[in-house]
Design a protein around this ligand. Sequence first.
Ligand SMILES: Nc1nc2c(c(=O)[nH]1)N[C@@H](CN(C=O)c1ccc(C(=O)N[C@@H](CCC(=O)O)C(=O)O)cc1)CN2
Length: 287
Amino acid sequence: MTVMIDGKALADEIVQHVAHDVLAFKLKHKVTPALAVVLVGEDPASGVYVRNKIKRTEQSGLQSIAHYLPENTTQSELDELIDQLNRDESVHGILVQLPLPAHLSEPRVIEAITPAKDVDGFHPENVGKLVTGQPVLVPCTPLGCMIMLKRQMDDLSGKHAVVIGRSNIVGKPIANLLLQADCTVTLVHSRTQNIEEICRSADILVAAVGQPLMVKEHWLKPGVVVIDVGINQISLDGKRKLVGDVDFNGVLSKTAAITPVPGGVGPMTIACLMQNTLTAAQHQLGC
Ligand SMILES: Nc1nc2c(c(=O)[nH]1)N[C@@H](CN(C=O)c1ccc(C(=O)N[C@@H](CCC(=O)O)C(=O)O)cc1)CN2
């Protein structure tokens, strides 16, 4: 019997813990930690994620400050807003929802956010801290994956973890976190040879590649724990359906535990953002 790792239930639990700690923080400092969320343009999926972030911010007792900018916002207008948020002492976390419209530079925006307020953990300074084993603000999706893995497995030490995908947002940071948990880590990608064979030797498989249903049953070793980061929309029998990078129904005979899509990693990403906002506020107030 495979265990279904319930990301929604675990996310609820994390938000409750954050709400408890936020209350204590407010009583101690007479300050409400605040998260500024910036959405540029009309991308429908980004709109849903931002609304969910704001809802969770409120449930956590944090203050949310939303900035909705039009699609034709210029780079200098966005730079100016970030600069203003960086200087505003009542703002503890800044998040610019990605992807940005094509005319705006994501690296420039990521680097413009002051590292102490970078609740996404994407700034090169925070990436450097993560890689050197001194993480403070860790990207939310990888953080959520690690929490789920640690809940599921007593000890990650010595396990062979295979990460499919080398993005800055998920693949690279999760590989580093797994390394810090004493896993033996293999990161595979589109140019890797023998990808199926490498995956077959995994005790932990993290799929973050954005290819619907790519990982099949014969890619897996019996007893593997699978974390599916993919959120892909496909058309099935004329209906739109969300699926992961893993052929969920097809692999269940092999997995010891698996995250579903939806209801797995996605909700954890937003819960970890709440945790990071509180962490950022705690660091800024010297606790
Ligand atoms: N600035 C950032 N931009 C983006 C990030 C990020 O961490 N920071 N990650 C993704 C989008 N994302 C959060 O922003 C995100 C994606 C999906 C979910 C989620 O809960 N998904 C649900 C399904 C939702 C649906 O029905 O469409 C699930 O998996 O159950 C949360 C957050 C890219 N941009």
